[in-house]
Design a protein around this ligand. Structure first.
Ligand code: FAD
Ligand code: DHB
Length: 389
């Protein structure tokens, strides 16, 4: 087979890129290791920045999101007995949208299917060949049959555990990593959200986050030990712990119920450089991971897609390679700012096992400064709604 852009990975990055390219008549094939149902079964991000909303509109997949998503103009932050609000709209003129990654992915799959886009599921043994030449190709197995696709470009959208990043030689690639000494235990429950906006809580028992997907679907997280497993936590134990970490008036009105999903995510900051090698381009989690505090993972994947899509458009429509030549540099400049924000917000909101009294006092001082200072709130709001592309 032959295509213009071979996309490895049918998560949000790969699907969005494929759909955007389609709107400009650029052909692509998506290779996905799992089934569609498996991809849709993963509960992940929930907050979309304005840049991603614009990309969804440009890709022609924003209708359901505009109808069913929930614009949020601000967020609550609590510590000890204090609670304050950061108003995104007032400080930036922009809001964010609560609309789950599952829904984004579902809308993209639907659009690709409607357009007869080619997605190969259950592929195995994907191997990238000659990425540093003008004639790259990819081989893989599907249903016991070996296949080969020749292409102009390869987009590595295959997440943190994919093969694309590993295809860049070690003497070219540099990786930066920070592992945090805790995880997030998250549950999804068919209960009304405790509050109409998110609550990020720094408590003496550790971090908690009250989030949502819709009026009757809540997403809650609590900081947990890395040695915990979801089975260690009954629903009752989860609700009790959450109540102890959020302000008392919120805990009182919390509606609890059975969890319909429960999982633990480790927290990690990771960046690989460069994000391009020859005709191979990395996008999203294949190139970088942020700790989830501040919901930058999916949104940073989207900004990569924006830069790559525009670079490829420039190549095919204007015969210019400037966009693809500057892809890595442009994407990484924004990635590092999202890394910084996620690291800062994670450091501010969690209790660290080795935290000294001094460290805690500094954390408190920073929270107080954020509560009292307009400039600090504006800086936070600008990062939260998403820095411009
Ligand atoms: P992925 O979503 O990982 O998609 C990559 C796809 O490639 C997958 O479908 C995978 O099956 C496929 N693939 C992998 N290897 C191969 C291969 N060899 N061949 C073919 N296909 C392959 N972000 C937030 O903003 N907020 C959150 O609350 C949040 N929670 C998260 C919870 C968890 C458990 C995880 C893992 C991530 C979370 N994230 C969150 C991050 C966010 O979900 C990711 O940033 C986002 O999914 C990145 O999209 P992606 O398409 O780049 O990668
Ligand atoms: C969600 C996750 C986050 O990491 C975050 O900062 C906000 C919301 C969520 O899953 O809803």
């Amino acid at each position: 087979m032959k295509t213009q852009v071979l996309i490895i990975g049918g998560g949000p990055s790969g699907l969005l890129l494929s759909q955007l390219l389609y709107t400009r008549g650029i052909d692509s094939i998506v290779l996905e290791r799992k089934t569609k149902d498996y991809v849709l079964g993963r509960i992940r991000a929930g907050v979309l920045e304005r840049g991603l909303l614009d990309l969804m509109r440009e890709a022609g997949v924003a209708d359901r999101m505009e109808k069913e998503g929930f614009p949020h103009d601000g967020t609550l932050i609590s510590y000890d007995d204090e609670i304050f609000r950061v108003d995104f709209s007032e400080h930036t003129g922009h809001a964010v949208m609560v609309y789950g990654q599952t829904e984004v992915t579902r809308d993209l799959y639907e659009a690709r299917e409607k357009a007869n886009g080619k997605i190969e599921y259950n592929v195995e043994n994907v191997v990238i060949h000659d990425a540093d030449s003008d004639a790259p190709y990819v081989t893989y197995d599907i249903g016991g049959e070996a296949r080969r696709v020749d292409c102009d470009f390869i987009a590595g959208c295959d997440g943190f555990h994919g093969v694309s990043r590993q295809a860049i030689p070690l003497d070219v690639r540099k990786e930066y990593e920070k592992i945090y000494p805790f995880g997030w235990l998250g549950i999804l429950s068919e209960t009304p959200p405790v509050n109409h906006e998110l609550i990020y809580a720094n408590s003496s028992r550790g971090f908690a986050l009250c989030s949502m997907r819709n009026e009757n679907l809540s997403r809650y997280y609590i900081q947990c030990s890395l040695s915990d497993s979801p089975d260690d936590w009954t629903d009752e134990a989860f609700w009790e712990e959450l109540k102890r970490r959020i302000p008392a008036d919120q805990a009182e009105k919390l509606v609890t119920g059975p969890s319909i999903e429960k999982s633990i995510a480790p927290l990690r900051s990771f960046v690989t450089e460069p994000m391009r090698w020859g005709r191979l381009f990395l996008c999203g989690d294949a190139a970088h991971i942020v700790p989830p505090t501040g919901a930058k993972g999916l949104n940073t994947a989207a900004s990569d897609v924006h830069y790559l899509y525009n670079g490829l458009r420039d190549f095919y429509e204007n015969n210019s390679s400037e966009g693809i030549d500057t892809y890595s540099q442009k994407a990484l400049a924004r990635v590092w700012k999202a890394e910084r924000f996620s690291w800062w917000f994670s450091s501010l909101m969690h209790r660290f096992p080795d935290q000294t009294d001094f460290d805690y006092k500094i954390q408190l001082a920073e929270l107080e400064f954020l509560r009292e200072n307009e400039a600090a709130q504006k800086a936070m709001a600008e990062n939260y709604v998403g820095l411009p592309y």
